[in-house]
Design a protein around this ligand. Structure first.
Ligand SMILES: C[S@@+](CC[C@H](N)C(=O)[O-])C[C@H]1O[C@@H](n2cnc3c(N)ncnc32)[C@H](O)[C@@H]1O
Length: 279
């Protein structure tokens, strides 16, 4: 199941593995989004014996949750360019794998989840089609992804703070675009799944309140460190980054989160003519 060449860094992925930052990045992602992702996954009925795939599994919180449900007969293949050492446990199969370039892991999956990866990749539609093609008949694909076109500040300590926060968000979106990503792509996930032949498409948007204690805002503060070099190249200064961190830590700060779309779809259980589509 291993690709026949070592995985390389993905030039489109701006949060490249980092000795200090990656662990914190994955912890905030898990704290902010597992409640939505796992509730949606549970609704598929995932249970003992299912064969699952978590693409770009990161710190592995989703893959570990799935593995607890599918063992002992089932398995969760958890891929990443360089799988984290946290991707261990009963039922978990870590795999060094580039979803753009490497052959798909063999076999058909009852459930595939890909969270917060597709917006970074080139030719997302081709990747969605590969994922749809790897599903068993009736199998589920869940794509969880952002659209950052809506994430307004609601209450800031002073007018300049609002301008700074907006400038930071705009610079971050520019950094993602510069690397070939589309930070608005979450809104297109449902139609991408339809175009890949999936059915029962069910997109659910989620918006939260960002407060200084919320994981969603801690993630933004984390980005000011993790993406510092790229944000400077995009025109921010270290002074502005320090100021916007102070703004986000101000107890009065409130903002709406970006839209987090959790979209599910299924491979048709049977093809026209009544034959199971894998027969
Ligand atoms: C933003 S993180 C999300 C991690 C995890 N899915 C989550 O939501 O907590 C994106 C992950 O995708 C991985 N990744 C980036 N490019 C990839 C590629 N071409 N193929 C597979 N994984 C990739 C990164 O290494 C990172 O772990």
């Amino acid at each position: 199941m291993m690709p026949d060449r070592p995985p390389t860094a993905d030039p489109h992925y701006v949060f490249a593995p980092h000795r200090v930052h990656s662990g914190e990045h994955h912890r905030w992602l898990s704290a902010a989004f597992d409640p939505v992702t796992l509730t949606r996954l549970a609704a598929t009925g995932v249970t003992r014996g299912w064969r699952c795939l978590d693409v770009g599994a990161g710190g592995g919180s989703v893959a570990r949750w799935l593995a607890e449900r599918v063992v002992p007969e089932g398995v969760v293949v958890a891929t990443d360019l360089a799988p984290s050492p946290e991707l261990t446990g009963p039922g978990l199969l870590p795999l060094a794998h580039d979803i753009v370039a490497d052959p798909m892991p063999p076999g058909r999956f009852d459930l595939i989840v890909v969270r917060l990866l597709l917006q970074h990749l080139p030719d997302r539609q081709a990747v969605v089609e590969r994922l749809a093609g790897a599903l068993a008949p009736g199998g589920w694909l869940q794509i969880d992804e952002f659209d950052v076109s809506y994430e307004p500040p609601l209450l800031t300590p002073h007018p300049r703070a609002e301008l700074l926060y907006r400038k930071f968000l705009a610079a971050k979106a520019a950094v993602l675009r510069e690397a070939g990503g589309d930070p608005h792509w979450g809104r297109q996930a449902a139609s991408a799944m339809r175009d890949a032949g999936l059915v029962e498409i069910d997109p659910r948007p989620h918006i939260e309140l960002r407060t200084p204690e919320s994981a969603s805002l801690r993630l933004q503060i984390h980005h000011t460190h993790h993406l510092r070099d790229r944000l400077l190249a995009a025109g921010l200064t270290d002074g502005e980054l320090a100021e916007v961190r102070a703004v986000m830590n101000d107890p009065s700060f409130r903002a709406a989160s970006s839209v987090f779309y959790s979209v599910q779809g299924r491979r048709p259980p049977v093809e026209a003519g009544g034959r199971a589509s894998h027969e």
